[in-house]
Ligand binder design. Structure first.
Ligand code: BMA
Length: 311
């Protein structure tokens, strides 16, 4: 049998709707970060009207999560955020930078989906900063480092001409973003040929920025969501050195194959550890949260030794 690249935690799933002390239908696509020697999970939940909110859970070891009694972010009730979040808030990512936690999330409304930016220092209170993209944009992850004084982020705009691809853009103030260009595209008849999107906040390694992304393959039974890895140049993140030609994780466990949407593993967060491993978190079938570990070196090797060009 092939040795798995991502070793699933043996007690998956780590968080399910039944664990949550308020009514939710799903618990998935969570960002996870370290905060004061603990792990914080910011997860997405559908309510029974089909719209989403974000909740928080805390953990000492990154595997046992205790949900908070109340949701953390509901669609905003006032101002411009209320208009653009009316259909819900989804798929958050967390970037720890300059002593604060930047949260990017998808804001859904009748106008489409765009990206909201919020910030917190303590995961007790949260402040919305700005809507930082137009529609249609999803899956924005901010690099946890500035480049020549500018913030950088990976974007996933929608297009009717090109298969949905990963772009980069830059900002001096986190609000106004530009200098955008495409950095990585789906490749025909690979496992990620239909569309790709940023996943976890990129991880700094000696050999480059390791980015766990999702890729989608169309089948007669619907789309299959898997996870892959790409390596970006340390100094110029617009340069993708190589993309692993192999996926690192695909739906296999029963709660990844069947759920709210079947055949989905979808990653919004990963936490690098001092021992050279990374804890990877993914939503299983848009219904539950799962966790696993991988060797950072092995993921980088996959890109460099079994990789293909990004464009
Ligand atoms: C994508 C996003 C994700 C979701 C995935 C699978 O388009 O909506 O939030 O996990 O589909 O349903």
């Amino acid at each position: 049998m092939k040795e798995p690249i991502v070793r699933r935690y043996e007690k998956n799933p780590v968080l399910t709707p039944a664990d949550i002390p308020y009514p939710v239908e799903t618990v998935h696509n969570a960002a996870v970060t370290r905060h004061q020697d603990k792990y914080v999970m910011l997860f997405r939940s559908h309510r029974d009207n089909g719209r989403c909110i974000l909740g928080l859970a805390d953990s000492d070891d990154g595997f046992h999560f205790v949900p908070r009694p109340e949701p953390f972010m509901l669609p905003s009730a006032s101002g411009i955020f209320a208009e653009y979040e009316a259909f819900g808030v989804e798929d958050p990512r967390i970037c720890h930078l300059d002593g604060e936690y930047l949260i990017t999330y998808s804001a859904y409304s009748k106008h489409g989906v765009r990206i909201g930016l919020a910030r917190t220092e303590d995961f007790q209170s949260v402040e919305r900063v700005a809507l930082i993209s137009q529609a249609d944009m999803r899956n924005v992850v901010i690099f946890p480092q500035k480049f020549d004084g500018r913030y950088a982020r990976l974007d996933r705009p929608h297009s009717e001409i090109s298969p949905w691809s990963i772009w980069i853009s830059y900002s001096e103030d986190l609000v106004y973003w530009g200098d955008a260009r495409v950095v990585m595209k789906p490749v025909q008849y690979h496992w990620d040929e239909m569309k790709i999107g940023p996943g976890a906040t990129p991880i700094r390694t000696e050999r480059g920025w390791l980015h766990i992304y999702h890729g989608v393959f169309p089948t007669m039974d619907g789309a299959v969501y898997r996870l892959g890895v790409a390596l970006h140049d340390l100094n110029d993140p617009s340069l993708v050195l190589r993309v692993s030609d192999r996926w690192i994780l695909q739906p296999e466990d029963p709660w990844e194959v069947t759920g709210y949407v079947h055949n989905v593993v979808f990653c919004c967060g990963a936490v690098p550890e001092d021992d050279g491993t990374v804890k990877i978190y993914w939503g299983g079938a848009d219904k539950v949260m799962c966790a696993g570990t991988a060797s950072i070196d092995q993921l980088v090797d996959l890109c460099l030794n079994e990789g293909r060009p990004a464009l």
